[in-house]
Design a protein around this ligand. Structure first.
Ligand SMILES: [Zn+2]
Length: 83
């Protein structure tokens, strides 16, 4: 489930279930069926799981943007937690 994966997104760690690595990437994505045009959700990913999480979304044909995540400069980012 998507919601389960994103539970730790607000804590600066990878959003992959059971992974506790610090995030190195942020993945912004939309589900066009439930999100309006400017509503993006954000997952965080470590180096190991960025490809997994991006692939998970791309497999569903969701719009995906991937950027470097730096916790020191991203404290103002609106990271959602899968609600
Ligand atoms: Zn990870």
């Amino acid at each position: 489930m998507i919601g389960g994966i994103a539970a730790d997104a607000a804590q600066g760690v990878c959003s992959r279930a059971s992974c506790r690595n610090p995030a190195a990437w942020r993945i912004d994505w939309q589900n066009p069926r439930i999100h309006s045009g400017d509503r993006w959700k954000t997952w965080l990913a470590c180096e190991e799981h960025v490809d997994y999480l991006r692939g998970f979304l791309e497999a569903r044909s969701f719009p995906v943007r991937t950027d470097r995540f730096d916790a020191a400069t991203s404290s103002d980012a609106e990271v959602e937690t899968g609600s």
